[in-house]
Ligand binder design. Structure first.
Ligand code: TYD
Length: 244
């Protein structure tokens, strides 16, 4: 079954863990799954990874550009998305594979609007196909920061509690706007146990009849969990917060 599912959230929100668990469980059910991520492992994605780690040295300057221009980074993410789509996402969907991506378009809209205009971001990403479902794992920024600091010795470009707090607001605003509706964004409380969240994600797929018949693989009292946070009314006019 060709399905395209994106996981979104702040750094440290658990997107990688939940995407991997869902991929494993769908495979257990006999579905063919392609698990992928953005920035991708393609040429532009690799360049972005260097930028995020502040390791892309500008030859004329002799050191990484600081600050790295927001528009340039936004264009790199948009270019990587087209490459990712052409090289991985579309070919897999065309053979009936479920594609699960750890980050996609909503990341660009939530993170890059720290420094760029939202309408322009949408424009440069207009070729990106729309996911069938976007799961947004909502976790407060201080909790994400604590998780990141526990796991890594070095933080990346967007990792700081003030920036992440603004990105979280952007994510939630996008989720409750027309954009969120178009991308079928479901907001889940990502502060709970891994198994509880996974079970809720499973329920989201089951409610859309995307899961082959059989027992749910979770052990955490499925059926008793409420689906998602209440969605706020669509308000595309809300201004976006930029980083100070
Ligand atoms: P992350 O998802 O943690 O990837 P990795 O585990 O490979 O380091 O980091 C990617 C960072 O890039 C994260 O801070 C979010 C940011 N990002 C954007 O700003 N825009 C985008 O379009 C994407 C895909 C990611």
């Amino acid at each position: 079954m060709a399905l395209f599912i994106a996981f979104e959230g702040l750094d440290g929100a658990g997107t990688t863990t939940q995407a991997r668990l869902l991929a494993d469980r769908l495979e257990e059910r006999g579905l063919t799954v392609h698990l992928t991520k953005e920035p991708s492992e393609g040429p532009v994605g690799s360049l972005i990874s260097l930028v995020l780690k502040r390791r892309l040295v500008s030859p004329r300057v002799g050191r990484p550009l600081d600050p790295f221009p927001s528009e340039l980074l936004a264009l790199l993410f948009a270019a990587d998305r087209i490459d990712h789509m052409q090289a991985e996402i579309l070919p897999n969907l065309q053979t009936g594979t479920v594609v699960i991506t750890d980050r996609y378009l909503l990341s660009s809209l939530a993170y890059q609007s720290l420094g760029c205009d939202l309408a322009w971001l949408r424009e440069i990403n207009r070729e990106a196909i729309t996911p069938d479902l976007t799961v947004l794992l909502d976790v407060p920024a201080p909790v994400c920061m604590r998780r990141i600091e526990k796991e890594r010795w070095q933080t990346e470009l967007f990792e700081g509690v003030e920036k992440l707090s603004v990105v979280r607001k952007n994510y939630l605003r996008l989720a409750s706007s027309r954009i969120g509706e178009e991308m079928s964004v479901c907001v889940l409380d990502g502060e709970r146990e891994i198994e509880v969240i996974q079970s809720e994600i499973w329920n989201l797929l089951a409610a859309r009849s995307w899961i082959p018949e059989g027992e749910a693989p979770s052990r955490s009292g499925e059926g008793q969990i409420e689906l998602g946070l209440p969605r706020r009314s669509a308000d595309p006019e809300l201004p976006f917060e930029e980083s100070s």
